[in-house]
Design a protein around this ligand. Structure first.
Ligand code: ZN
Length: 244
């Protein structure tokens, strides 16, 4: 079954991206960014639900619930930038004395969660257009991509998680934005060469030669927390708006 394969392959390669309809055609016209709401019963929505729920079962806190799932139709130039970054990581990996097969194959692509907030009416009453507020993180990220300044957690990199539960926990609702809703952005990520520091993550961030840093490593040597050192390494694919 297609959906099982996409979920099982947590090391999310291109094959799974195809299953989710993320690689072929119809990414919308340039300069026009579109969301499509995936209604209940849609096959891509089912996969997103399974990916999210799998980790909720493991986590103690079940408060994260899916309200809406929106598929992001990225612009051609965004996709091109993501692919260029992948090529750069692959070339860099090919020059290393020690070979990393996953880096050489596809830049070590993974599927990750990024926890953030949405302040506009996106997803409410069928609204699927982007707002222009700088305070609305979901719309800003979809419009401009991840920002090395704004999304740089702890001065290290863009913080992503392998589980929706951990991403959900990481979201902070600011006091001045009481109406903000929590959202998870499901991203394709070029992890490249992952450094797994045991401690002193701040010190390691300055070292060269790595593309990402593992924070907390979970069960089954799954990298629960991963910091991407380059904001171009992330491609938003789905936005999951959570129930309050
Ligand atoms: Zn917005």
């Amino acid at each position: 079954m297609k959906s099982n394969r996409a979920v099982r392959q947590w090391g999310f390669g291109l094959e799974s991206a195809r299953d989710l309809g993320l690689t072929s055609g119809n990414y919308g016209v340039d300069n026009l960014i579109i969301f499509t709401e995936l209604v209940e019963g849609d096959s891509s929505r089912k996969i997103v639900e399974i990916i999210c729920r799998t980790s909720w079962l493991k986590s103690e806190n079940h408060c994260g619930r899916i309200e809406r799932v929106l598929k992001v139709h990225n612009m051609q130039k965004t996709l091109a930038r993501f692919e260029e970054y992948r090529e750069m990581v692959k070339i860099k990996a090919s020059k290393l004395p020690k070979k990393h097969p996953r880096c050489l194959a596809d830049g070590n692509e993974l599927l990750r969660f990024y926890g953030t907030t949405v302040v506009c009416s996106l997803g409410l009453n069928g609204s699927s257009s982007l707002c222009i507020s700088e305070r609305c993180c979901v719309c800003r990220i979809i419009r401009n991509g991840f920002s090395a300044k704004k999304e740089l957690k702890g001065g290290i990199g863009v913080f992503t998680t392998s589980t929706s539960g951990r991403a959900f926990e990481s979201i902070e609702i600011l006091e001045e934005e009481p109406a903000a809703r929590k959202a998870l952005i499901v991203c394709r990520v070029i992890a490249g060469r992952v450094h797994r520091p045991l401690e002193n993550i701040q010190e390691m961030a300055g070292q060269t030669g790595f593309d990402s840093l593992a924070g907390k490593v979970g069960l089954y040597s799954n990298i629960e927390e991963l910091y991407l050192l380059n904001s171009r390494a992330l491609l938003p694919c789905f936005v999951v708006i959570c129930k309050p």
